[in-house]
Design a protein around this ligand. Structure first.
Ligand SMILES: NC(=O)c1ccc[n+]([C@@H]2O[C@H](COP(=O)([O-])OP(=O)(O)OC[C@H]3O[C@@H](n4cnc5c(N)ncnc54)[C@H](OP(=O)(O)O)[C@@H]3O)[C@@H](O)[C@H]2O)c1
Length: 285
């Protein structure tokens, strides 16, 4: 089986390619994994994407490419839709032409955050940001175009290869010895290594449809920051803040935690708690 990872220079894409080409049992079964990014294929360009995928002829395409800067999406609306919607559509169409399965990565930010429990796959999305809207349109395009798909909604990613909430907290803590963090945004921090393992399961079991996949458990960003400093032993005071007092460009959901029961039931495997995953990540730093 040939697996093509698009967006392989990003935080998830790099982790995924590394895992699939080194320790995955998919690799041991003789599968070939190729990672590509913008310099190989620009997914906003339909002809370029179609030609590239027709040339590679993968059996499975994992689309990790995205315009993922939530605040920047508000100012660069057409670019956000070009990558997150048109790009998703182009990959799905090119995959259909070559009969490839498309695994599309999406986000918790397709929800408005007003639910008081973790979201399930059948909850109605209602995004409140350009990023969320462009990602939801991307999901709909994949579902409409290529019947052979799995969409994985994930959240609050951390891992090596790119700045993320954990590295930002550590850098701010080192510099200022105090950080202010919001208490009224809840979600499920997710380690890219654990998500890569779950994606591997989804390929092996040939799942179709929509799945929520995050590390288990929910916390506020404030609790997440506290845990980071507790685990690293850094003496940093974490000051609670409300979203309303924290100026950011994009609106973000108050509760975007995802219920992953569908994935757990289908695979028989529960994603481990985010605290354990965070501890492992910090050990690697
Ligand atoms: N990060 C999170 O907390 C989070 C949470 C929930 C869901 N997700 C989803 O998870 C997936 C992976 O996110 P990530 O954090 O790994 O993203 P990332 O680090 O921003 O990586 C995205 C990659 O896609 C590439 N890309 C952008 N536009 C492209 C184009 N037109 N053609 C080809 N490649 C292009 C980027 O290249 P450039 O750097 O050159 O632009 C980058 O290498 C995305 O679908 C994202 O929406 C992320």
């Amino acid at each position: 089986m040939k697996i093509l990872v698009i967006g392989s220079h990003g935080m998830l894409g790099r982790e995924l390619v590394t895992r699939l080409t080194t320790i995955s049992d998919l690799k041991n079964q003789g599968n070939k994994v190729t990672g590509v990014d913008r310099e190989h294929v620009d997914i906003t360009n339909a002809a370029n994407t179609s030609k590239f995928i027709a040339h590679v002829r993968p059996d499975v395409i994992i689309n990790c490419a995205a315009f993922s800067n939530v605040d920047a999406c508000e100012a660069q609306v057409s670019e956000a839709f070009a990558v997150n919607t048109t790009g998703a559509k182009n990959v799905a169409s090119a995959g259909k032409q070559t009969r490839a399965k498309v695994i599309h990565i999406s986000t918790d930010y397709v929800f408005d955050g007003d639910k008081d429990k973790p979201y399930i796959e059948t909850d109605k999305p209602s995004p409140i940001s350009i990023y969320g809207k462009s990602k939801l349109e991307g999901e709909l395009a994949v579902q409409e175009i290529n019947g052979n798909y799995a969409i994985i909604r994930t959240a609050w990613l951390f891992g090596p290869y790119r700045e993320n909430f954990v590295t930002t907290m550590l850098n701010l803590g080192r510099k200022n010895h105090t950080v202010s963090v919001v208490t009224d945004q809840c979600g499920s921090p997710t380690y890219t290594a654990d998500l890569s393992y779950a994606i591997q399961n989804i390929i092996k079991l040939d799942f179709q449809g929509l799945y929520h996949v995050t590390n288990s458990g929910t916390c506020s960003r404030f609790e997440w920051a506290k845990k980071i400093f507790e685990l690293t032993g850094n003496q940093v005071s974490v000051i609670p803040l409300k979203t309303a007092d924290f100026k950011r460009v994009a609106k973000v959901p108050q509760n975007s935690s995802l219920n992953c029961t569908k994935y757990t039931k289908a695979t028989g495997q529960r994603m481990r708690p985010w605290q354990e995953a965070l501890e492992d990540y910090l050990d690697t730093m």
